[in-house]
Ligand binder design. Structure first.
Ligand code: KG4
Length: 337
């Protein structure tokens, strides 16, 4: 069964083709260069760029898979959450293809795609259900109990900024280019993580997160240091900030695994490419006897293979189909709430 996956929820256009569960092609057209000029994503530019990229990307994916649209059995497309203008490009395109070629269409929650991205790595042992998944990206930060391929329970999520957003904003504050996460992580390697004592938002026993206070603390500290007219200790700020984020993310994930009595822990989303997060989760899991699963870097970031996979699972288990031409996108996820 060939599934065509289409993803356009934010600033990357992505297309993938899966043969059953095996990824045959996974392509991504990045818009980083365009948004880097503005230090963050400009929604209108993102939508316009999706329009330009989507058709050539689908053509290339089909060519590389040595297939045509006539071979496609299912189209899976991101329906939300994300930037509405960006989502509408991929969703309308997929609806049109499905309608003209009479191919079943399934709308996928982008978060479900991320939570299942761990199954795309054919070389690794997949987690057993139920497992705890930490979703950390530029737009979302949440903890989920994944009970099956279509069963998700949201245990907590950010009350303000997403972790990736905090990385990007701190990077901007320090004059680093967009996207800031990889830049901050790289500079943090050379810094002292104990140089500044930035706040950790534990929020009691809740599995929710909050990163806006931390971001403000970094801004206040940077302004204070700036007034001394000495060079900013950028590497120390990066290391201390990163430590504050990773400590909260990893400790809450381990506690969720303990509270829900699971053996497996996974992480997903762009920030799960972060070396310190991977290392800390692996160490804490080993200490507490949990099995830790981290996706290959290409599947951490937004991609269409995860959308195709999640769509195929939804289609097989529920026969769910988004055939209505009036179906719309959504900006906020209600997955597992
Ligand atoms: O999942 P993703 O590709 O896109 C969405 O946000 O949906 O995540 C992108 C985010 C950006 O905020 C980026 O700065 C962050 O992931 N990121 C990182 C790292 N690599 C990417 N943050 C921290 N450390 C990294 N190594």
């Amino acid at each position: 069964m060939l599934t065509l996956g289409i993803e356009s929820s934010c600033d990357d256009t992505a297309v993938a083709i899966l043969d059953d569960n095996k990824t045959v092609v996974s392509l991504r057209s990045s818009q980083d260069d365009i948004h880097a000029l503005f230090g963050g994503i400009v929604p209108e530019l993102a939508s316009r760029q999706h329009l330009k990229a989507i058709q050539p990307l689908v053509d290339t994916a089909l060519q590389q898979a040595k297939s045509t649209l006539d071979d496609i059995d299912l189209i899976a497309v991101t329906q939300g959450p994300g930037l509405v203008g960006s989502l509408l490009v991929g969703f309308s395109y997929a609806k049109a293809l499905a309608c003209v070629k009479k191919i079943p269409l399934v709308g996928v929650d982008h978060i479900a795609g991320h939570l299942l991205s761990i199954f795309l790595d054919e070389t690794a042992t997949p987690p057993l259900f139920p497992y705890i998944s930490l979703l950390v990206s530029g737009g979302n930060t949440a903890l989920y109990l994944v009970e099956g391929f279509t069963e998700f329970q949201c245990l907590g999520r950010t009350r303000d900024d997403a972790a990736g957003e905090a990385f990007d904003k701190v990077a901007k504050l320090l004059g680093l280019p967009y996207p800031g996460g990889p830049q901050v992580a790289r500079l943090a390697e050379e810094g002292d993580k104990t140089a500044f004592s930035f706040p950790r938002s534990w929020l009691g026993n809740s599995f929710d997160f909050s990163f806006s206070g931390l971001k403000t603390a970094v801004r206040n500290q940077t302004e204070l240091l700036g007034r001394k007219e000495e060079p900013l200790p950028v590497t120390d700020i990066c290391a201390s900030f990163q430590e504050a984020v990773i400590e909260v993310l990893s400790e809450k994930t381990i506690r969720a695994a303990e509270v829900y009595g699971v053996r497996d822990i996974a992480t997903c989303g762009g920030v799960s490419a972060n070396g310190l997060l991977r290392q800390r989760l692996t160490e804490l899991s080993a200490r507490e006897n949990f099995r830790c699963h981290t996706p290959q870097p290409e599947f951490c970031t937004d991609n269409a293979a995860m959308i195709a996979f999640a769509g195929r699972m939804l289609f097989q288990r529920r026969g769910a189909c988004t055939n209505s031409l009036t179906a719309d996108v959504f900006s906020r996820s209600t997955l597992g709430h």
